[in-house]
Design a protein around this ligand. Structure first.
Ligand SMILES: Cc1ncc(COP(=O)(O)O)c(C=O)c1O
Length: 277
């Protein structure tokens, strides 16, 4: 299964758990690198590729249309099934076509309520080419034991009553406020973000390393993820970045306090941090 060097790594971990091998493909500032994808497909003959074309987690990149078209064409050429993770798709105003529109015969789309409505509801769905329908249902049942009925019923009610859309609208407004706070707090530093997306992919200035920055932030009361958290397999690539979420705190004051800690650590640099215990 093809993954980018940094990706939503829980999928990469479950891929490894189910005995599949992982093939890593390079990315650039527009997402998955088509030339490297072509090369890896020719060399390793992967069966699937996992992608997040709209709002990649953690890089926040949305692939432009021509890049998507190229990936779809290569998937067809090498007979690779595409897994299009669209969990953040509803939050973004991106109007590029989905991979599922460009290669409908070979794309499985996954999405759900967790990002824009409520993570605890566990309401999600897959949309797939018809021949995969039954296999996916069986695989889901065998791997998960099935979704608890009460959560499925709750998710369905939220959607059908219109309440999910109302919550989503409020969530997006709140996310916009928080990303604006982050933009102001991080002014002058290099980071990737999107106004409607509740996380930031922050580039660390010299001489911070990702893991050390995570420790320093943690000791100052801020929990964030270092880049290793997002590595599919044992990637040798180094990004000197961290990702942090803006959605966990209940109040703006807490978001502001966390951002101030991050800003102070960036300003002071690694020289201002040492562990003496
Ligand atoms: C890109 C991506 N896909 C899938 C998921 C899983 O979402 P859920 O909480 O619905 O399991 C996440 C959650 O962080 C994610 O970031």
């Amino acid at each position: 299964v093809v993954f980018e060097h940094v990706t939503y790594s829980q999928v990469a971990r479950s891929t490894a758990l189910s005995g599949r091998r992982i093939a890593l493909v390079n990315s650039d500032e527009q997402g998955l690198d088509p030339d490297d994808f072509d090369r890896i497909c020719a060399q390793k003959h992967p069966m699937m590729a996992f992608l997040m074309p709209t709002v990649h987690n953690p890089t926040c990149i949305s692939m432009p249309s021509d890049r998507r078209a190229r990936i779809a064409e290569l998937a067809r050429k090498h007979n690779v099934l595409l897994i299009e993770d669209d969990l953040y798709g509803r939050l973004s105003r991106d109007d590029a076509p989905m991979l599922a529109e460009l290669a409908p015969e070979r794309t499985i789309v996954g999405s759900g309520l967790s990002k824009s409505v409520a993570a605890g509801v566990r309401g999600g769905w897959l949309s797939c080419p018809p021949p995969y329908r039954h296999r996916i249902r069986v695989a889901h049942r065998l791997m998960s034991g099935g979704n608890p009925y009460i959560l499925s019923a709750l998710a369905a009610r939220l959607v059908h009553s219109g309440e999910a859309s109302a919550i989503e609208k409020r969530s997006i407004e709140e996310i916009r406020t928080r990303t604006a706070l982050a933009g102001a707090a991080l002014e002058g530093y290099d980071f990737n973000s999107q106004p409607d997306v509740p996380f930031i992919w922050l580039s660390l200035p010299e001489a911070w390393n990702s893991g050390t920055f995570k420790n320093a932030a943690f000791e100052n009361g801020v929990l964030l993820d270092d880049e290793d958290e997002f590595k599919a397999g044992r990637s040798g690539q180094v990004f000197h970045r961290v990702r942090f979420s803006l959605s966990q705190p209940s109040h703006h004051s807490e978001v502001t306090r966390g951002l101030a800690v991050i800003r102070r650590l960036l300003d002071e640099g690694r020289a201002g941090y040492e562990r003496f215990d």
